[in-house]
Write a protein of this length. Sequence first.
Length: 215
Amino acid sequence: MRWHVYELDPVQAGAVTRAHVLLENVGTAPWRDLNVSYHWLDDRGNPIVWDGIRQAVNASPGDRVEHDLQVRGPIPPGRYRLALDLVDEHRFWLAELGNFTPELDVDVAPRDASGARLFGAEGDAKQIAAAHREGYAAVGGSIDIRRRPAELQPYAPGGGRNPAFAHPLVCPSLLPPLEPNDEVAGLPAWRPEGDEPWVYDARITLLPQSDRRRP
């Protein structure tokens, strides 16, 4: 395998961007059922994200193939190293066989949170925006409500981030094009779907618009 071109558009944490590659099969066997993908590494070469988005690639010996790839930025923003490689699924990465792996030093910028929309609630705008800039397209928090129905018990205030939160995000703050796709206790909610990164943080308190405190 020979890499002739490997270019990367600017990267934001948690967001998808474009990479452009030009590869040549310089071996004697055709490439079948291979995928070009990537790893995100720290400055010491330790993996932060090992399995990136895949793009199928096929080539006969001597062929050159050109692809635009989808690359999702790591979380949080910072300095990373992007390593490109081909993988024969469930068998090996080609770098494990001694093939050259191009690496790019990348400054990952905070995610653009300017288009975020908070559905059905009021909340701490600074905390929510900070979570979006960290890279999360969907942000949820605890629900502060005077009469708490049983469906909202898992959203009681207290605690911190829960990366294994098993419930939809109620009154979520979402970056476009995400929209609420569920409902809990009559409130808009977003049930994680696809591979957009999300976070539930009970330190963010949301007050449903129907339950605003009156002075």
